[in-house]
Write a protein that binds this ligand. Structure first.
Ligand SMILES: [Zn+2]
Length: 378
């Protein structure tokens, strides 16, 4: 279980691979839709299967607070609870409790023991530590679980970034110990490389995390996914330390299809982002396609940021699909004009049709990149 095999080469440092989990093998690279509260917003698990989602994310912080990990455990774990029988990854909640404590937030107190925080739901005081986070993730029962880490803002001074990193590393060792008390063949623990935008800290963190010899390695922090040149820089710094035979996961990357193609060419295997569904709800719908250019792939789109704003007047009478090359049910069956109308009328159906399309575009971009590489090699 949790064996990662590289099965082929993609453009740049990209690789194709396979990662075995108790709920099936993941064909990597893979884009993972986010279902923070055990639901990918407005998308049915059946639709997720139809658009080729192989794995989804859920968040330990949110589920720990509501409905509670014990309730989900009693109901058979997350897979049964949400009726999703493919792999699931849970994030530990480190990022969420950190955001509560950010300037202006003031809702979290971080000590070496863990983080005391006020629930954003009802103001009650709660506590998460590396051990409690793992115990909760064990109850939720995801195939891949993340270690409890302490984020730092990218604008943080080096001293603050170093303190956070040292805490993250200590917490990782404690998390590993806790994880080893449970069935490590049932759930894979990934460690997270932090260190903000400091080269020496990132290198140190990479060596530390790799030395734990866990089933997978994640790269975290505010920059990742939101600042692609910063992300590329961080990956370049640590690339030499990353072992070939472990999956690499950039947390929160996938704002637009081209970002995912960039990550693939940097040798990343897994990525997730709330952007496709969040943008969809706000009227921003991806359009464009993957093309091959000088042995590299890129995402070609006629629109800025690779998306149209469906609320714009120009689409009111547009009889075409959102994207002429997309194979999703929304594009096969509905026009831009209809989606424009639903969006302007705030009809609930809009959210589901739009989210299905944006997720499919992201998943298809990854599939097309693999397909193009195959054709080039044959
Ligand atoms: Zn579509």
């Amino acid at each position: 279980m949790f064996e990662f095999k590289v099965t082929g080469k993609l453009a740049g440092r990209g690789r194709k691979g396979s990662f075995s989990t108790p709920h099936g093998n993941l064909a990597t690279p893979v884009f993972m839709p986010v279902g923070t509260r055990a639901s990918v917003k407005s998308v049915n698990p059946r639709e997720l299967e139809e658009i080729g989602a192989q794995i989804i994310l859920a968040n330990n912080y949110h589920l720990f607070l509501r409905p509670g990990s014990d309730i989900i455990a009693r109901l058979g774990g997350l897979h049964a609870f949400m009726n999703w029988n493919k792999p699931i990854l849970t994030d530990s909640g480190g990022f969420q409790v950190w955001s509560l404590g950010e300037p202006g937030g003031g809702l979290a107190k971080i000590t070496p023991a863990g983080v005391e925080f006020r629930s954003h739901l009802d103001g009650t005081i709660n506590f998460l530590s590396p051990e409690i986070a793992i115990d909760s993730e064990v109850k939720l029962g995801a195939d891949i679980i993340m270690a409890f880490d302490q984020c730092t803002s990218d604008t943080a001074k080096k001293d603050a970034a170093r303190t956070a990193l040292e805490l993250t590393n200590t917490w990782l060792v404690r998390g590993v110990k806790e994880w080893q008390k449970h069935d490590t063949e049932k759930q894979a623990l990934f460690g997270i490389i932090q260190g903000a935008l400091h080269e020496d800290l990132r290198r140190e963190a990479a060596q530390f995390v790799v030395a734990q010899d866990l089933p997978g390695i994640a790269i975290g922090g505010e920059t990742i996914g939101y600042n692609m040149s910063g992300t590329q820089q961080v990956i370049d710094w640590i690339a030499d330390y990353l072992p070939e035979n472990k999956p690499r996961y950039t947390m929160g990357l996938g704002l637009k299809p081209s970002d995912v193609l960039t990550a693939i060419s940097l040798g990343i295997d897994m990525f997730d982002c709330v952007a496709p569904t969040r943008l969809a709800r706000n009227g921003a719908l991806y359009t464009g396609k993957v093309i091959s250019k000088n042995g590299e792939y890129c995402f070609e789109s006629n629109y800025p940021n690779e998306r149209i704003n469906i609320g714009n007047k120009e689409f009111a009478g547009d009889a075409g699909p959102i994207d002429p090359d997309c194979d999703c049910e929304t594009c096969k069956n509905f026009t831009r004009a209809y989606l424009h109308h639903l969006f302007r009328s705030k009809e609930l159906l809009y959210y589901s049709l739009a989210s299905v399309h944006n997720l499919r575009m992201m998943i298809k971009a990854v599939e097309d990149a693999k397909e193009l590489a195959l054709r080039r090699q044959s």
